[in-house]
Design a protein around this ligand. Structure first.
Ligand code: SF4
Length: 63
């Protein structure tokens, strides 16, 4: 099953991924964006691919 992660050094914490997929991305206690669900559930592949495509800094990685 594919997994998603954020390269924090490239993330500007703009909040877009949280707005698009709040089940996967949420704010850390330190105010940065984090992944709260790594494994991409069946049927969510297109949603996460949209997040990858729309992230302004290319910080979201699926592997
Ligand atoms: S969309 Fe990209 S830059 Fe914006 S918070 Fe999410 S990972 Fe960070």
């Amino acid at each position: 099953m594919a997994k998603v992660r954020i390269e924090k050094e490239h993330c500007t914490a703009c909040g877009l991924c949280n707005a698009m997929a709040p089940d996967y991305f949420d704010w850390d206690d330190d105010g940065l964006m984090g992944v709260i669900q790594e494994e991409i559930a069946e049927g969510d592949e297109d949603l996460i691919e949209s997040c990858v495509a729309d992230c302004p800094t290319g910080a979201i990685i699926v592997e």
